[in-house]
Design a protein around this ligand. Structure first.
Ligand SMILES: [Zn+2]
Length: 413
């Protein structure tokens, strides 16, 4: 027995002796660094928390006053800037001079949500929406367009809703066909758009989705001036499925899958000629119809996740991060002129919104929380917007785990 015990003890001692060396090696390799840094964080935590608390208290007393959000300035403008028509800046960071209004009624369209005063656009966009309405009615069996938001009279950021629609080149069109009568002002406020999605969230609902929807989208994407048409991935799939025999696939490339966009589709025009300060997006890759692997990735993203088998303890509520907003200084310099031209300067931020905007504008207290006026809820984590940067002609749904900046994610709204 004694003879047996000795080697065991010796081995144990050797192992013990080796342990510190092993630890050192592991630390050097970084395998324990996580634990080490956790400890460091724990040491820092009280200081961090104190700092955070101070930062929360500070702004009203110590920090200099925050600049007025540009959305308050542009949201208060009730008429267009009487300047030559041009789109200034980027879809999600710019403004609009010399806007035209889409008439609230036309031969083949009706503008919705009139209280928002967002039926303004670059004249080219207004002409395009009118043309789409008339041609779709004449050729596609589409009864007419219900038109959602274009831009504010001077473009710019909005108090509620979209991050884009700032330069007068974005338009939302409802998937709901226009009824066969003129809607009242109240109906245009209250009528709900129809979701095109089936319960599975990855296909369209055959009781509301029609071949005419495909023809309408094809017509919109077929215009040369249109660079992108944003739709929900399930709708992109429906369009792909309906177009398998199509030889011309360039228009399909322009139909881009994106979050939301199942109550309406979003038309985005390229920068018009003459808008020299307009910053466009790279064109889509017209060699890729977007019906393959890319669409499959998007469909995975929007497929509802199965509920976890065991009820998990609710996470402690974390305070929502403060929404960042654009200031006038961050917009192109010309936007100052756009804001100041013609009509008296916009009221100071403390003033109540102009009467005709009251229905659309949130109270001063709600500013920054930005209640979304659109029926489509946005998921918290969104992949990069389609082809938002020069290097990607495709959206990047491949990395759903990465949370891009909210600003980028909402580019396409
Ligand atoms: Zn839109």
């Amino acid at each position: 027995m004694g003879g047996m015990r000795f080697p065991t003890l010796a081995l144990g001692l050797v192992a013990l002796a080796a342990l510190p060396a092993l630890l050192v090696t592991q630390i050097q390799n970084g395998s324990l660094s996580a634990a080490a840094s956790k400890q460091k964080d724990a040491e820092k935590a009280p200081a961090k928390a104190a700092k955070k608390a101070a930062a929360r208290k500070a702004p009203s007393k110590v920090a200099k006053p925050k600049p007025t959000p540009a959305k308050e300035l542009f949201g208060a403008a009730t008429a267009p800037a009487p300047l030559a028509s041009r789109s200034i800046g980027f879809y999600a960071k710019g403004c609009l001079a010399g806007a035209s209004a889409l008439p609230v009624d036309g031969p083949a369209w009706q503008a919705m949500r009139l209280s928002r005063n967002r039926n303004w656009g670059h004249p080219d966009l207004v002409a395009l929406v009118e043309k789409l309405a008339v041609e779709a009615k004449a050729h596609d069996g589409w009864p007419g367009l219900l038109v959602g938001d274009l831009s504010q009279p001077r473009g710019g950021p909005m108090l509620t809703g979209h991050a884009s629609h700032q330069v007068g080149l974005d338009a939302d069109v409802w998937f709901t066909p226009m009824p066969d009568r003129t809607l009242t002002h109240k109906e245009r406020e209250d009528l709900s758009a129809t979701s095109m999605l089936a319960d599975d969230n990855v296909s369209v609902n055959p009781t509301v989705w029609t071949e005419a929807h495909v023809r309408l989208l094809k017509r919109a994407a077929g215009y040369e001036a249109v660079e992108r048409v944003l739709v929900h991935p399930a709708i992109k799939k429906a369009v792909c499925d309906a177009s398998k025999a199509e030889k011309d696939r360039d228009w399909l490339s322009k139909i881009r899958p994106y979050w939301g966009h199942y109550y309406h589709f979003h038309i985005r025009m390229a920068c018009p000629k003459g808008s020299t300060s307009c910053a466009g997006q790279p064109s889509v890759d017209d060699d890729n119809d977007g019906c393959g692997a890319e669409l499959a990735r998007w469909l995975k993203l929007v497929k509802p996740k199965p509920a976890p088998p065991v009820a998990l303890a609710p996470k402690p509520a974390t305070p929502a991060p403060e929404r960042r907003y654009l200031t006038l200084d961050q917009l192109p310099a010309e936007c100052r002129t756009v804001l100041a031209s013609g009509t008296p300067a916009a009221p100071p931020p403390t003033s109540p919104p102009a009467p005709d905007k009251a229905a659309a504008a949130p109270s001063a207290g709600a500013i920054g929380k930005a209640a979304a006026p659109e029926p489509a809820p946005k998921p918290a984590a969104a992949p990069a917007p389609p082809a938002a940067s020069a290097k990607q002609a495709k959206p990047a749904p491949a990395k759903p785990a990465a949370k891009p900046a909210a600003k980028k994610a909402s580019l396409a709204e």
